[in-house]
Write a protein of this length. Structure first.
Lengths: 354, 354
DNA sequence: CAAGCTGTAGCAAGCGCTTTCTACATGAGG
DNA sequence: CCTCATGTAGAAAGCGCTTGCTACAGCTTG
């Protein structure tokens, strides 16, 4: 039924071993023999049996990329960059690797499930992207799993994710704290004193770090923080829309809104607009990430640019062992403040609600 | 070093066969034995060797999802929906499947490479999304590959992609022609007579179908088509920006621009704005797909909504054999015209360029 | 001219699992 | 009490490939 190595060998009048060596190209084979084998492969339309070869060689060419939300360009861009350094014909000769992205949907359980599945497949490497969940039963479980993977020879790289101690995992972390700090500093510099903050889900590291940066800026400027000034939500547009309405309800006099990311910021802009408020004349809005659509927004979004593609590419190379890991296994990747149209000096003093 | 089935068997004082049966749950095992085995698995932290089991059972739990551009939400949304019906703990008990998305980057070679890689892994199913390339050496090669896959028992589903004849592949096709027709009809109905069209890459089916729908609408309205009214580009924002400048150069008097998709439309809006033209007062703009950001654009985009998530979910279920394929193996999925702020009646008659 | 290389190819032993077939208790039926 | 289903477990034969080791030409060398 299906063609096997032995069939090819028979056709080429050589032993299976020789065929295997031709295909893997890691052993001297006479040119004439090689050609005969290749012709047989072609004529029989032979396709290597991946599982069999993985079993025999005790290695696999699978590389897993875990993302929180594949429909979010933030992850799409990173995944794309990682993959481009790993899979397909772009890479080194002979080394076809199957780079696969797994969508955890932000669920800790699914993250663990995928990790187990990849461990099962004896993946060559695993790249985890995006913020981690800090909640306890899970964080430890993931760390343990990562350790196991590393022990089994799987290279583990974290991209845009905080380091996982005792794990051997290489981490390229985004400096969310610093970026957030710069962003809020910018707003404060413009004269804003009443700022609202729309945060992401509470249990994520990214959320916490960005919030910490924001608060650091506030306290450095001597602005006492209003506990009502922060609303938590998801990392999507909708969440930004709703949170903005809530912030406006709590404090109609705020002059700036800092969002957890660009999507949230766009939602905020929409809510503001529908509330009859202009951006940035009435309320300034700032995002985070600088996704492609952010320049295009009207007004264009002030945000912190994260080098998603660069970091992803680097993570991919490290995962493939084609680039040295950073010293200590940890590197912090800085964002860059992009000042654009959505932020400006606060208008006068009081605005009447409604 | 690594724990194997045999180790677990030894620990549980049973034969490897029994452990295998407990793990697969497809053979009666006494409750007490099962429990003993499970405990041993737990204590030893045993993880099944995927390749070995795939080899022995001649099946694998891999499901491949091919996308053209993972950084594009169009694909992200579909991939997410497909995956949610396939992978992780969402599915049927016991059946953990590894749903993986492969990014072809729109390159025919990579598409083929991934297909081969999946064939190698003896994937349980493959879902191909997005338009196909029509160029000849490639189209035939892909069809041949799909046939091979199907023969080898891999279920093949096309989602948002035209049917592949002689292939056994199930196809859920988007009615791009019909959607494009409705969209341009709408514009014509508003009174537009000079329309520019920004198309995608020439060799893609999606591009051709949308263009055909557009032209059908024009000719039905008795508008003779200006060969200069169409510019080809990529499916991204940038392309829309550049193409718009080009269209404006060719015909400064056009009153509407139809874009290949929403991203392109956004780029068009940006170019228009920078050229001092208002949307829709001076020029109407229409997109296609209705991605999440389209409602948020200013003005919000008139477009054709494609039920990406629904179609993806359905494709996923079909791929898993959990839903009957449509009769004849082919279903056409219709889009819905969403009339929003970016289109309006054309202004007066002549506008002066510059 | 015998001994020793070098370059190629084959043998055969697994890799870790699944699954068919066989074996053996048990308890039921005659 | 013997025979037979019935339920449960084990033995063992692969699945298709890789790879360490062996074999043996054809050439150098001393």
């Amino acid at each position: 039924m299906t063609v096997t190595l032995a069939d090819v060998a028979a056709r080429a009048q050589v032993s299976p071993a020789t065929v295997s060596r031709v295909l893997n190209g890691n052993y001297p084979v006479a040119a004439s023999t090689r050609e005969r084998v290749l012709r047989a492969v072609d004529e029989l339309d032979y396709v290597l049996n991946g599982p069999a070869s993985a079993l025999a060689a005790a290695t696999s060419d699978l590389v897993g990329i875990l993302v929180n939300d594949i429909a979010d360009p933030f992850f799409g861009i990173m995944a794309s960059a990682i993959q481009s350094e790993i899979g397909g014909p772009g890479g080194r000769a002979g080394g076809e690797r199957l780079a696969v992205v797994c969508n955890t949907g932000g669920s800790p359980e699914r993250e663990l499930t995928y990790l187990t599945l990849l461990q099962r497949q004896r993946a060559a490497a695993v790249v985890l992207t995006g913020g981690a969940v800090e909640e306890e039963p899970h964080a430890t479980a993931v760390a343990a799993k990562l350790r196991k993977l590393a022990e089994a020879g799987t290279r583990v790289v974290l991209c845009g994710r905080p380091p996982a101690p005792d794990t051997q995992a290489i981490a390229l972390t985004f400096d969310n704290r610093g970026g957030a700090r710069a962003l809020t500093d910018h707003l404060i510099g413009l004269g804003h004193r009443r700022l609202g903050y729309i945060a992401g889900p509470e249990e994520r590291t990214t959320t916490r770090h960005r919030l910490e940066g924001h608060r650091a800026a506030l306290s450095a400027a001597g602005i006492e923080e209003d506990p009502h000034g922060t609303v938590h939500g998801r990392y999507d547009r909708r969440s930004g829309y709703e949170a903005t309405l809530e912030l406006l309800r709590r404090d109609p006099s705020l002059t700036a809104i800092v969002a957890a990311n660009d999507s949230v910021a766009l939602g905020a802009c929409a809510a503001l607009r529908e509330s009859g408020l202009r951006v940035p004349e009435d309320v300034s809005v700032a995002g985070f990430d600088d996704l492609p659509f952010s320049v295009d927004a009207v007004p264009s979004l002030t945000t912190v640019r994260l080098p998603l593609a660069e970091a992803g590419a680097r993570a991919g190379r490290i995962a493939m062992g084609r680039e040295e890991p950073p010293p200590g296994g940890i590197a912090s990747v800085r964002g860059e403040l992009m000042v654009r149209g959505s932020t400006g000096v606060p208008r006068g003093s009081v605005r009447v609600g409604e």
